[in-house]
Design a protein around this ligand. Structure first.
Ligand code: GLN
Length: 465
């Protein structure tokens, strides 16, 4: 079975017709895992009951009760809770932590009969752009194992390219679904903030986090999205997205984003993608987004502030790793020093600093004000255009160790972070390859709650590839 090229759509169809079973699919994924996981380090755990789940799914399909996702093997990022299973967020701190309830989206996927094949490696607490920050070793990009798969959902995206799952779930706080999808030649989508309930997904930065699908095609990503989207009373930020798809055909291009630090081949490929869209009847106009260039600066104040707050509960007393000290503070210090990696500690320190008395107004409050200006800038621009298009990343997948300077690493999210700052939906879709065979991603953004529109333009583009 050519599982590396099999889509969820096709597999679902074949299962409905009785040409394929979930047990066949899951066995094929397990075989690829068996062969390649040691080298690529994609799964932190393969669930021992995956075949059991597949058998149950096959019975549901036989009884005629199946959905589009019944029997489809999915990989789950290691920060999404599944009852009774370990969930470590790629950290030593939570190495043996077992989830006591299902995340909202897990409940939905279970109801749909999806099969969970295992939990995927990630940057610790979703902080990173390369999966080099995992406490359990780096994930290698299956397309070129000398390169990173992107991050922080690098394990989830790599699992789909490597034929170890047909689709995957990731989280995106500043680009962690879209950037690795782009590095691995896949589709990755970040819903409108609140579109998918965050209940049961570990918080990195609560005002920015969203959960979304990774898949080979836009249709596949949409199948997963349609299953997990919806209002949930357990998440007070949860919203209902617009049910209609009524977008026009005007695409804005923020030329000022593309001026510096973008790979020449990426620019060339991006222009070619715009030409294709024009041929499909889309109108391309230049737009000016003067404040959006501050998105990354705002992100690196607000995000660490929220990280330092969210991770304060991991203190060696309530959850996770405990290293006994001489007194309570010593226990906190020893536990947190042993449990957290360098990047996590860097962000906790940064976050505590911007929230501290005396600096709060200068940094944290100021950043929130600028965030509102950026939100307004996007709101206004979407009165003039229906979509914004940019490359997903300024470079294709880079080599391990290439971005040792954290600031260099942070710049890989320059195009993806603005959608998190403003909460709008955004997608990365494959749009070609570099001269050395590395995939490129095209990013679309649209106005708040119009997630459906993003799928329709992406399906249009995909048809014409
Ligand atoms: N790479 C970004 C960061 O390190 C985004 C992470 C994410 O989206 N989870 O913060």
């Amino acid at each position: 079975m050519d599982i590396k090229n099999l889509t969820i759509e096709k597999a679902g169809e074949m299962m409905q017709k009785g040409e394929l079973t979930s047990v066949d699919l899951v066995s094929a994924c397990l075989k690829n895992i068996e062969e390649k996981n040691k080298e690529l380090n994609i799964f932190l755990e393969v669930f021992s009951d995956a075949l059991e789940q597949a058998k149950k799914a096959d019975e549901i399909i036989k009884s005629g009760q199946g959905t589009l996702l019944t029997g489809i093997p999915l990989a789950i990022k290691d920060n999404i809770l599944i009852t009774g299973r370990k969930v470590s967020a790629g950290s030593k701190m939570l190495e043996n932590y077992v989830a006591s309830y299902d995340a909202y989206l897990i409940k939905k996927l279970k109801e749909a009969g999806a099969v969970f094949i295992g939990r995927t490696n990630m940057d610790e607490f979703a902080m990173g752009s390369s999966t080099e920050n995992s406490a359990y070793g780096v994930v290698k990009n299956p397309i070129d194992p000398t390169r990173v798969p992107g991050g922080s959902s690098g394990g989830s995206t790599a699992s789909v390219v490597a034929g170890m799952a047909l689709g995957a779930l990731g989280t995106d706080t500043g680009g962690s679904i879209r950037q690795p999808a782009s590095f691995c030649g896949l589709v990755g989508m970040k819903p409108s903030y609140g579109g998918v309930s965050r209940n049961g997904t570990m918080a990195m930065s609560s005002s920015l986090d969203q959960i979304g699908p990774v898949a080979k095609t836009v249709e596949d990503a949409k199948i997963i999205f349609d299953c997990i989207v919806g209002k949930d009373e357990m998440d007070s930020t949860s919203i209902e997205i617009n049910s209609e798809n009524k977008s026009g055909k005007k695409i804005g291009v923020p030329r000022n984003w593309l001026k510096e630090g973008v790979d020449i081949e990426i620019i060339k490929n991006f222009e070619e993608s715009l030409e294709k869209l024009k041929k499909q009847g889309y109108e391309i106009v230049d737009i000016d987004l003067p404040y959006s260039k501050f998105s990354l600066a705002v992100y690196y104040i607000l995000m660490p502030a929220e990280v330092s707050t969210n991770l304060s509960r991991l203190d060696g007393v309530r959850y996770g790793l405990r290293k006994e000290g001489e007194n309570m503070f010593d226990t906190y210090k020893k536990s947190r020093s042993a449990g957290f990696g360098a990047e996590t500690r860097r962000r906790i320190i940064l976050g505590s600093y911007v929230l501290s008395h005396g600096y709060y107004d200068a940094y944290y409050n100021k950043a929130w004000k600028v965030r509102h200006v950026i939100e307004k800038e996007f709101e206004d621009i979407f009165k003039k255009v229906d979509f914004i298009a940019t490359p997903t990343t300024p470079t294709p997948a880079f080599k391990f160790g290439e971005k040792k300077d954290p600031l260099q690493m942070y710049l890989s999210d320059i195009f993806t972070v603005p959608a998190n700052i403003s909460g709008i939906p955004s997608i990365s879709i494959p749009c070609g390859f570099s001269s050395s065979g590395l995939p490129f991603g095209l990013q679309f953004m649209t106005s708040m709650k119009n997630d459906k529109n993003i799928f329709s333009i992406s399906i249009d583009f995909e048809k014409n590839k």
